[in-house]
Ligand binder design. Sequence first.
Ligand code: ADP
Ligand code: NI
Length: 200
Amino acid sequence: MNPDLYEAALAWISGLFREDATGHDVHHTLRVYRTAMRLAEEEDADRELTGLAAMLHDADDPKLFGTGEGLPNARSFMAEHGIPAETAELVCTIIGEVSFSKNGSRRPSTLEGKVVQDADRLDAIGAVGIARTFAFGGSRGQAIHDPAAETGTSVAHFHEKLLKLWDLMNTDGAKRIAEGRHRFMEEFLDEFMREWDGSE
Ligand code: ADP
Ligand code: NI
């Protein structure tokens, strides 16, 4: 990605996510960007599309901004920075295909979408993924764990989503990284359950 555009995107997303305490802060976006660029190299995906889509992938997340449909934040950033309309359209298609909640296990139609989706999912698992999950749960007033509840707690979210992501990675590079992170989450949950009732 061209350095001026990268700097502009960094400054813009830093402002956008300044107040975030849900695990969708600027550091999340930067990790997704770096991971996506590495995967793009391995897969020979288009670097400009991958970089823009990664940097802008959460800029219209309906959970965070209530913008959603039509991706107005991402579009206005690209328009202001002279991104050609066709490129902006492609970036919006890629971003629209990245989300787990919207797309479930449907695969993105583009290679760049696959790469950015993998990078976003890799940041949802492993040690950082664990931290983000409890931060998100806390921000929504959700309990850490409730043995009687199969849904609605942060621990339940591991079973509903996070432990499934390993198997849903699109690229070989992401699968390799996901393996260790998946195992780490399983170990974390085992230890969590050993400690949970205070009888140890
Ligand atoms: P996507 O955009 O792929 O649908 P989300 O933005 O919903 O993914 O989730 C991003 C991260 O936010 C998750 O990996 C998790 O850490 C956290 N998160 C989302 N929903 C929940 C939830 N119900 N409980 C705990 N954490 C959640
Ligand atoms: Ni994200």
